[in-house]
Design a protein around this ligand. Sequence first.
Ligand SMILES: Nc1ncnc2c1ncn2[C@@H]1O[C@H](COP(=O)(O)OP(=O)(O)OP(=O)(O)O)[C@@H](O)[C@H]1O
Ligand SMILES: [Zn+2]
Length: 608
Amino acid sequence: MVARIAGVFDEKLTEAIANSKILVVGAGGIGCEILKNLVLTGFPQIEIIDLDTIDVSNLNRQFLFHKEHVGKSKAQVAKDSALSFNPNVNIVAHHDSVISNDYGVSYFKQFNIVMNALDNRVARNHVNRMCLAANVPLIETGTAGYAGQVELIKKGLTQCYECQPKAPQKTFPGCTIRNTPSEPIHCIVWAKHLFNQLFGEEDPDQDVSPDTEDPEAAGTAGKTALSSQQTESGNIERKSTRTWAAETNYNPEKLFTKLFGDDIKYLLSMENLWKKRRPPTPLSWDNLPGKGDAPKQHSGLPDQRVWSVNECAEVFAASCQALQTELKGRPEGDHLVWDKDDKSAMDFVTACANIRAYIFSIPLKSRFEVKSMAGNIIPAIATANAIVAGLAVLRAQGILKGEIESCTSVYLRPKVNHRGQLFVPERTLTAPNPKCYVCAPKPEVALVCNLKHLTLKDLTAAFKDGLNMQAPDATVEGKGLVVLSSEPGETDHNNQKTLEEIGLNDGCALLVDDFLQNYEVRVRLQQEDEENSWRLVTDTDAPMPGPKEEEPANGSNGAEEPKPGPSRTHHDSDSDMEIIDEDDNGEPMEKPPKRRRKEVSDEIVEIC
Ligand SMILES: Nc1ncnc2c1ncn2[C@@H]1O[C@H](COP(=O)(O)OP(=O)(O)OP(=O)(O)O)[C@@H](O)[C@H]1O
Ligand SMILES: [Zn+2]
């Protein structure tokens, strides 16, 4: 099949398409559809980036992929399949993350349009910034089940992806996860944290052991267990869960006894917690419910059967061993990454979540249900992806025709509205938010924190997690003193110092920038004595993401929930670098070396 557009579109559009160069980011459900549409419409030059390989679970809706492609690069296979429709197209495939130094502003500048078909906010935020910096129109797409949306983002003309704060992502208080779960999701989050503690990237915020600081357990709670733990072990030195597990050679029985026996007994000793709650029941490896029982009759798919506690323990033991072997095969210091499509990782989380659920008298869930909850999945609908991809390519044509003003956002609704509409377009483009902390001419936010407690390490996390920077650098405004450097080793020695210790005071302003994103923001420090964490506040006084959050509980492609009607305002949704840029004459020029600041601030002096 070879596409020919001559005679289909008017001359102007035909020529514009013929001279266009498009970047598609993501070769998943929507990305494959976009690529197919572009190729069949006759777009001659396309680049596609995707970091992932094809999983068997993609095959039901990502039609450029077939069984024989499982395990291969999505970008490469998408390219090969698309070329079979139209071999005259020049497609460049990158099996890579778009958040890489290889794709700097000059890379983005070569495209007429960038089309996002991503599934996570971090990557979307990043591409948003790159397109703003490169001044290239971005068509942002997403679906969630039967709903979807397509929106144009163009510097100075429309809102950017970050102009309006997104609905806060679902988080759970740490003490609910660690001490008092009451819903299956609490146990699933705990099990995912446990995976990271044992096999993944260890994160102190994902501690799975009983939380002795739980305000509800204040008083004498926990003392019994703490003292008995001391006498048993003879010391009170706390080891990380990983160190302890490694010392036991990931012995499933020992792990089980600690996690589902001893730790639960410890929780029971925090008596205040159980005054108004049903107390948990510690389990013993030798005496598990369901032992010796035949598996219950089940007519559905195997993954839809709820396992007995005994079966969970067996799966726990097998998956622990498999994951340990996998970890041992990795280079020293490397870790596993939790993935809902990895059998052992998914088995481990299902088993642990259900054992914990049983202990806390919470209903058990099938592997299928746990997968959906753990992966925050709303089933992806192939037709919704196809519709959104079709609309996105129509918008691309609108831009190329020079009719960018008419390229308003379009929402695909899960049901027809009272006007009989399934597609609801906005009437006009939505102007940028002048106070946006990304696309405003002089972006600014306040960082509310306790300067006596917040360390420079925490500050880096605040800029990465809160401002979605990849490699933040920070200087003191007006002084040029470097507080944080993304150059390895430059300011690391200050990591444990508090902001107060390095001389930063209430009202101090930092200029924080991300070189790759070509993004700078002024951050005012605001002291709050009560604060034991940090939060970023914009003038729009809408909440911004705070410290570490769970993944959003929205669709596979992360579409924001479309709100009814077109009247809706747009609330939705290092290494060494060698970047060759273009100067005013269009000639490539060497990127100036990364800005060097006068001095690195490591003195304990008042610097502002
Ligand atoms: N930083 C990134 N760089 C490049 N591609 C990315 C990046 N982040 C996500 N992607 C890609 O975006 C695509 C999104 O597609 P989609 O939402 O259909 O997800 P999926 O992983 O194919 O399916 P599912 O999540 O439902 O299993 C994925 O192929 C994913 O690999
Ligand atoms: Zn903005």
